[in-house]
Design a protein around this ligand. Structure first.
Ligand code: PGA
Length: 256
């Protein structure tokens, strides 16, 4: 059995994707101000991953805020002749504390493989940051009954042996639920998260219980509380609903 004992401290992470000009900084600031004004802080860590152009300025503006800044991708080497790329070290220097790797949009549109995702996870660790490693099945794979196999295989291959609860967060994001308004049933989320937990414990021992497993895919203020209450769901990776302060705060409210 998994999902028993103390749950890891949850993480609510916003992924702005290719959205957000300077004006969007005000949304993150509004979230930070609302959190700072509370008597009781939420029982979760909060992270916002804006486009890379905003990482440095947001990390500076929000350096004392109860909200961390992360990035959405990185290259796997530290520096060199890689025009247009950003290393984990460069993003760390800009103020990022976490980096998303292996998002399904990177896997689908940039042909990222599990092996490449693992290299990126290792790069994030090398830079001293937390890697948020994304996995998830497509609609076709779900309909073919392959969900658990696909997710567990991605998990096995995308995580390096040096994975710990401090340096890695896993995000389960069914591809068909991203940006579609569709979500799996709570029972389906519970099944996949239990399978992920089992694999983490089998591979990393006790530490596997403390590695956070986020759910992502159409998380909204309306469904957050229910989804976050599912066993082995240790927070959310939020796309569209992280762009507006009111929506993101509505999701964070699941941890009040
Ligand atoms: P969504 O995106 O919340 O807009 O579905 C989630 C994600 O891709 O991380």
């Amino acid at each position: 059995m998994t999902g028993e004992g103390a749950r890891p401290r949850p993480l609510v992470a916003g992924n702005w994707k290719m959205n957000g000009r300077r004006s969007a900084i005000a949304e993150a600031k509004a979230v930070a101000d609302a959190l700072a004004a509370r008597e009781t802080p939420p029982r979760a860590d909060i992270l916002v991953c804006p486009p890379a152009t905003l990482v440095m300025v947001m990390a500076e503006i929000l350096k004392d805020a109860p909200l961390a800044i992360g990035a959405q991708d990185c290259h796997w080497v530290e520096s060199g002749a890689h025009t247009g790329d950003l290393s984990a070290e460069i993003l760390a220097d800009a103020g990022a504390s976490a980096i998303i790797v292996g998002h399904s949009e990177r896997r689908a549109y940039h042909d990222e493989t599990d092996l490449l995702v693992k290299s990126k996870q290792q790069a994030v660790h090398r830079a001293g940051l937390t890697a948020i490693v994304c996995i998830g099945e497509t609609k076709g794979q779900r309909l073919a009954g392959q969900t658990i196999d696909v997710v567990v295989r991605q998990l096995e291959r995308s995580l390096c042996d040096a994975t710990t609860p401090e340096n890695t967060v896993v995000a389960y994001e069914p591809v068909w639920a991203i940006g579609t308004g569709l979500t799996p049933t709570n029972a389906d989320v519970a099944d996949v998260h239990a399978a992920i937990r089992d694999r983490l414990v089998a591979r990393f021992g006790e530490a596997g219980h403390a590695i956070r497993i986020l759910y992502g895919g159409s998380v909204k203020p309306q469904n957050a509380k229910e989804l976050m209450a599912v066993a082995n769901v240790d927070g959310a990776l939020v796309g569209g609903a992280s762009l507006k302060a009111a929506d993101f705060l509505g999701i964070i409210a699941a941890y009040e």
